[in-house]
Design a protein around this ligand. Sequence first.
Ligand SMILES: [Zn+2]
Length: 236
Amino acid sequence: MMSFDECPPFDESYDYVKKSVERTSRWAERGLKAHANPDRQGLFGIIQGAGFEDLRRQSAHDLLSMDFPGYSIGGLSVGESKAEMNRVLEFTTPLIPEHKPRYLMGVGAADSLIDGVIRGVDMFDCVLPTRIARNGTCMTSKGRLVVKNAQYARDFRPIDENCDCYTCKNYSRAYVRHLIKADETFGLRLTSYHNLHFLLNLMKQVRQAIMDDNLLEFRQHFFEEYGFNKENAKNF
Ligand SMILES: [Zn+2]
């Protein structure tokens, strides 16, 4: 479970973020003391500091002195660019010892997951795959597919031809679209299931690429297929 923290806007002023980091450290200390049950769940400290390197260092220094079982990187994926997020990860992730789990909060876009892992992140969670699924949007190996669009009304291919999930093995784009258009919640369950399967399968491939020592080649190949930087992938 997570410490109580403050997550300021990414473009907040230095002075505000400094006070906010100090407040988050005080809360973390109080939370840790209150969390003294021996069979407790692992309590993570959350490193804040927006885009300021010295404040991220201060936050990590404060929290590391409390020796949490794991560490979260908060205050990212709050509207800053992907380049900014990667810049902050590059100086923040190395502050966390390798034997502690490193968790990047609120990141669920396929390209950001891969870029986070490359910068040392172990864990993620995010509402993105199910939130966009409930809006009729699917993550696929070729980028975003808005299955409720009219162009899929007579498209009898699966949502993702490279996916072996229950949805893709059993239902067509046309049928899923029909369900969503008819306000049948089963359609949203099918898109949610597909998106979760897509991300779990992606991370399985990432783990394999790490073991095969070719993560950067994997990234290159994935991004080419996925259309990263192309218009249809901009919201991921
Ligand atoms: Zn699928």
